[in-house]
Design a protein around this ligand. Sequence first.
Ligand SMILES: [Zn+2]
Length: 517
Amino acid sequence: MHSIFRLTLLSVALSAAMAQAQTQRPDFAQVQSRAEGHVRQFPGLSMHGADHRYHVRDIVVDADGGQHVRMDRSIGGLRVIGGDLVVQTDRMGNLRAMHHTMRWQAGATGKPTLNAQRAAMVVTRTQDGTVGKPELVLYARDQVPALAWDVPVSGESADGTPFEKHVIVDAATGSQLDLWDDIHTAAATGTGKTIYSGNVTLTTNSVSGGYELRDPSRGNTYTINLKNRTSGGTIFTDADNTWGNNSTSDTASAGADAQYGTAVTWDYYKNVHGRTGIANDGKGAYNRVHYSRNYANAYWSDSCFCMTYGDGDGTSLKALVSLDVAGHEMTHGVTSRTANLTYSGESGGLNEATSDIFGSMVEFYAANANDPGDYLIGEKIMVGGGSLRSMVKPSSDGGSADCWYSGVGSLDVHYSSGVANHFFFLLAEGTNSSYGKSPTCVSGNTRVATGTGTLTGIGRNAAAKIWYRALTTKMTSSTNYAGARAATIAAAAELVGTLGADYSAQVAAAWSAVGRN
Ligand SMILES: [Zn+2]
């Protein structure tokens, strides 16, 4: 509850003062002594008492020279929780108003019944985390000021977000008076006006003078503007917490796309696979957008643990910050922290396919009407339509393999990935689905599938869980397509309890349908 004590009798007209705006920085000592003078002069308004002391925390100066002096209060040397106040004066130093929430005057107090050690024990019984040194305070929030212990508790919650709690314990009775977390106070809700995903909600960080594009609720993941350079850059900041304008004319638009992609990918891995962050350690990776000039690619780097996005060359590719590309890049991080599939030969194809698979799953998970889920990669970033790759019929890009054959590993990893992408599509959706007809491989040793065999999909959620389990518990750096077949069949058999059915036969059939018997 906030009550405001207003001093109308002492008000003076502001019109004259408006003409002479005071811009220079106020003399700190003078401001403090003047504000304290007002506080002492009007104890009925300030709740001032003989042993009250004040410490200036912030000064806001209006254009007309008016001042707002924010002070914390101590009584008898004890910090008062709820004792802070703002003294508002005009440019001549006349008192205009006093704002605070303390409703009862308080003076010197006795000794606490409960000592610090017992206060800490009380908190240990009810809170997880590390209990710090209790501080004796006066608690004055909506009650007559009374002795209390402020007991700090630090640690990490299940999703990896750190907490710095304050538990306020009544120093007479041991009961809990209040509890808050200093970490959560920073999170704010903003709006991202993205290029590809419409207007989305972004959790951002409140800082002095505005906001920064950092998400305290998702491992502090953030986005940097490289400003067309290849290094350095600065985190995006904004005064009103609205990022971009749905167009590349505002550099923050691409930043909003990247930050959104990071948030959705974080949520997908956490909520679907129980993985908190790319390294499963609760820490967020970060994005760098506007890399170089006309850079028509995006990449994940293990050394910086970050994603980098180019603006595209404008002739074949637009800015590479779409949702599926974001999910693709971050999945490279997941792979490097798990199977670490070597980025060459068949393992390299499996590495790329893993990123295409989960990049697509992230797109489905977002359920964003501006970028609906599909089995195409990069369909949003093509100049003139099309997509970078298709999981329905990988060879439609002119380079990817639909089917496994001896020697498929000598293709570029973005082409040998086609076999696993095709496998995943057939397992999830089958040969005939609303996402298109997916032909099977006739005898194996053909790069382009032309078969007409029929498979029924098990659903993408089941297929994704099988692939994730295979990736994180069975595949290793040199796993090839034969190994991937064995790993996914084993994973499917182990997931009977989770999926409610044993899909290992369907997994085997889908591999056979892409020529990897
Ligand atoms: Zn990739």
